[in-house]
Design a protein around this ligand. Structure first.
Ligand SMILES: *Cc1c(COP(=O)(O)O)cnc(C)c1O
Length: 361
């Protein structure tokens, strides 16, 4: 069986370092928001090219803390892609704002910047973009529109750690960005973890206060905050793994290139190539009309696949208020996408087998 994702294999090269670091943390007697968190924050800010990084509990909190820190009026409208993981939209409603779902470009799966302007009203305050599957959005167009209309831009970088466009890393292409270090992400922790990156000092300070009960000095609460802190274990383990992120992303690119060059089957539509580094291939997503048949065939061939994502947000039980929306591009994407195995657990031999099966489908 070729697994879709195998965290044991992916983390195997790190076992010794992780065990040593964990033991150091245990013996240090300090477990939350300490020296190791500060060290990781500085290192990750430098990696992204921003002035500040604030470690938080997870990716959803990173998004909602940015939105809360921006402190728009309740009911403000936030433009967001209609096809994303539900966390992106949950963060908007959690902060008390209204998500305005925008159709994606069917070639890149990312928000279609040409469809944004006519959705902007006097209540629109920000554009929240997602570098979906690891591919950078068209940030030049998006930042241009935002500037013209006086909007903030926020990046959801949960799937795109290390990706580069316009000579910058994601996380440094907007007013503020959110990262998730959920174990299966390109930079994965050993539990939940997340971070906010920004070069806006006031915003950084507000997020940093919000994540810790709204206080800077213990028991002095300036605002109504939450508890979403990064712990010393995750921070120290992430600091170590960060040194290998570019290398791991390069391996993903090599695997993606293999799929792109060798899959030849008219029934399987491949993703577009992009500039070097502008896609870190968190997922390798193809489109197949008879998706159920394809998945069954792959399973019989001993290959695990996944669907990202099976149900669009506006058709989810949790978002009944969005059920009236007609988003044909998003709906079609959700019916056809299949994610092939991708990640450091795979060898070219594995891919050669997967490709041979796909080509004879
Ligand atoms: C994983 C993910 C999140 C949420 O991250 P968590 O750490 O699981 O809260 C947000 N947005 C996108 C696009 C994601 O893939």
């Amino acid at each position: 069986m070729i697994k879709f994702l195998d965290l044991q294999e992916i983390n195997r090269p790190y076992y010794e370092a992780m065990e040593r670091i964990s033991s150091e943390v245990i013996r240090s007697g300090w477990y939350i928001l300490g020296e190791r968190v500060r060290e990781f924050e500085n290192k990750f800010a430098k990696f992204c090219g921003v002035d500040y990084c604030i470690g938080v509990g997870n990716g959803l909190d990173a998004l909602s803390l940015i939105l809360k820190a921006m402190d728009f009026e309740k009911g403000s409208e936030i433009l967001v892609p209609a096809n994303t993981y539900i966390a992106t939209v949950l963060a908007i409603t959690e902060a008390g704002y209204r998500p305005i779902l925008i159709e994606p470009d069917s070639a890149t799966f990312n928000i279609d910047s040409t469809l944004m302007e006519h959705q902007i009203t006097s209540r629109t305050k920000a554009i929240l973009v997602v570098h979906l599957y690891g591919r950078c959005c068209d940030m030049e167009a998006i930042n241009g529109i935002a500037k013209k209309h006086g909007l903030k831009v926020i990046e959801d970088c949960a799937q795109a750690h290390g990706a580069m466009t316009l000579g910058k890393r994601v996380g440094n292409l907007s007013d503020a960005a959110a990262f998730s270090f959920y174990p299966g992400k390109n930079l994965g922790a050993f539990g939940d973890a997340g971070a906010v990156t920004t070069s806006d000092q006031a915003l950084a300070q507000r997020v940093s206060i919000l994540r810790n009960y709204g206080s800077e000095i213990k028991y002095h609460n300036l605002i109504k905050g939450v508890n979403s802190r990064l712990d010393e274990f995750q921070a120290a383990l992430l600091s170590h793994k960060l040194d290998f992120l570019d290398q791991e992303n390069a391996k993903r690119e090599q695997l993606a290139e293999y799929y792109l060059t060798h899959i030849k089957n008219a029934k399987v539509e491949l993703p577009e190539r992009s500039n070097r580094g502008a896609n870190v291939w968190h997922l390798f997503v193809v489109r197949v009309k008879d998706r159920a048949g394809f998945i069954e065939y792959m399973k019989e061939s001993g290959i695990e696949t996944m669907i990202h994502y099976p149900i669009p947000i506006h058709n989810q039980e949790a978002y009944k208020e969005l059920a009236h929306l007609k988003l044909p591009i998003t709906e079609k994407i959700h019916q056809e996408v299949v994610s092939l195995p991708m990640g450091g657990h795979l060898s070219i031999d594995d891919l050669s087998y997967i490709v041979s099966k796909i080509n004879s489908y």
